[in-house]
Write a new protein. Structure first.
Length: 445
């Protein structure tokens, strides 16, 4: 096992990783920007390395500085968390060159999975269901029209190197292709430095379902699914699990494990799917890192996923078999973002009062505290509130109670929206798609 690990991240996920490292007897190091110098992850670390930049994001994105910090403190490994450098293949290659363990998959796997066109091909070859679409990048509207006529409208244009829904364009008829293709290419080039796009069938009335996987480079196991359809701007807001029947979970779970094995995956991964109104699944992408919503899976399986990911990175084989993983009860996570709950505009500021709930079956992952100054230059996630109940009904009731006890004064939050969702009839009836917020525009009156 590692003696010392550097965390190349901030906020709640840095604190979550720190706890896992301590439980494994590993010394905690962290690199941080000026805005985070007084944050809980920095204060609770054994070694804190300042990396102040005029652009706050560069404090966490300059991977040469991160690697040098790891060398300076003698860290054998770097944990990237999510975001920032978590999916940066160039950074992973530099870690390999410096003989520093990157806690996640190797650079070749990240490169493969980061290219949505190549990832589609690889997962289709491994037996995962994939929506009809192009096998190569498309830059000609006439070629796109011909493909769309074969697979049927509507179709969607996506960036090959994309993420977060950036640049996606839905096309309903052939006359829209020219402008939609140009717009998607332009946004992809601006956001990712890569203007390649592809076309696939647009799944109407879809639900977003993802599977949690852990692999050691040879074998893979899954920890079931999470339901993530309540989203704003293609970013998840409320997640829960389980969602599927035992039979469907077993079938799709076996396929995602084969997908992980086929590319020699090592570490935590999330396989994301759209599920249509007929119950058919279509592969979206693989997120090669720990997910924000890993907490749900931990609540219903009793397994510490972050610790297991660290053990695998240290060279250990999987410590569990598929048959040992059991699912109990139901879990819901609400992301408590510092945002206007109607327009989702970020709301930075100082927390003048801050209180989170407790009690049986309630978990709060947060770096927030009274006096914390929520910066406006980073993601707006302030806290994650997670509950567990014997069934979905109990979990909903518990989340309502937990939200009522939550006090955050000084910034706006999406708590009012979460309260409204939990009382909304379609949500209670499980009648939820990725268009849920668009279909319920008057949740807050």
């Amino acid at each position: 096992m590692f003696k010392r690990v550097l965390i190349a991240n901030r906020g709640e996920i840095a604190l979550r990783i720190s706890r896992a490292l301590r439980e494994l007897g590993i010394e905690v190091c962290i690199i941080h920007g000026r805005e985070d110098r007084l944050s809980l992850p920095v204060r609770f670390s054994d070694y804190a390395i300042p990396n102040y930049r005029s652009n706050p994001l560069e404090s966490y994105l300059d991977y040469e500085a991160v690697i040098q910090a790891a060398k300076d403190v003698g860290a054998e490994a770097i944990h990237p968390g999510y975001g920032f450098l978590a999916e940066n293949a160039a950074f992973v290659r530099r870690c390999e060159e410096e003989d520093i363990v990157f806690i996640g998959p190797d650079a070749d796997v990240i490169t493969l999975l980061g290219d949505k066109i190549e990832a589609r091909k690889a997962m289709e070859a491994a037996g995962l269901p994939v929506a009809k679409g192009s096998d190569e990048a498309i830059d000609d509207a006439n070629v796109a029209r011909e493909l769309a006529s074969q697979i049927g409208y509507p179709v969607i244009i996506k960036a090959a190197a994309g993420g977060g829904g950036i640049g996606m364009q839905i096309v309903h008829d052939s006359t829209e292709f020219e402008s939609a293709l140009n717009l998607c290419q332009s946004r992809a080039k601006s956001a990712f430095g890569d203007n390649r796009v592809f076309v696939e069938k647009y799944i109407e009335g879809a639900q977003h379902v993802e599977f949690q996987v852990l692999a050691d480079g040879e074998n893979a196991i899954h920890f079931g699914e999470r339901f993530c359809s309540i989203q704003r701007r293609h970013q998840k807001l409320l997640e829960e699990g389980p969602w599927l029947s035992d039979e469907v979970r077993s079938e799709i779970g076996a396929r995602v494990c084969e997908g992980a094995r086929s590319v020699g995956y090592r570490g935590l991964a999330t396989f994301e799917f759209l599920r249509d109104k007929n119950g058919d699944f279509y592969f979206l992408e693989v997120n090669p890192r720990v997910q924000v919503e890993h907490t749900i899976t931990e609540m219903i399986t009793g397994v510490d996923l972050v610790k297991m990911g660290i053990r695998v990175a240290a060279g250990e084989s999987l410590s569990m078999t598929q048959s040992e993983i059991e699912f109990t009860g139901h879990s819901i996570q609400c992301r408590l973002n510092a945002e206007d709950p109607v327009n989702f505009v970020p709301s930075p500021g100082k927390l003048w009062d801050c209180h989170f709930p407790g009690g049986r079956g309630i978990r709060v992952d947060t770096h927030a505290h009274i006096g914390y100054d929520m910066p406006g230059c980073f993601d707006s996630l302030l806290a994650k509130l997670i509950v567990w109940g014997h069934d979905r009904e109990e979990a909903i009731a518990k989340m309502k109670s937990a939200l009522k006890e939550t006090t955050i004064i000084g910034v706006e939050t999406v708590i009012p929206l979460h309260k409204a969702i939990l009382n909304e009839p379609d949500f209670i009836a499980r009648d939820v798609t990725i268009q849920y917020l668009e279909d319920h525009p008057n949740l807050l009156g």
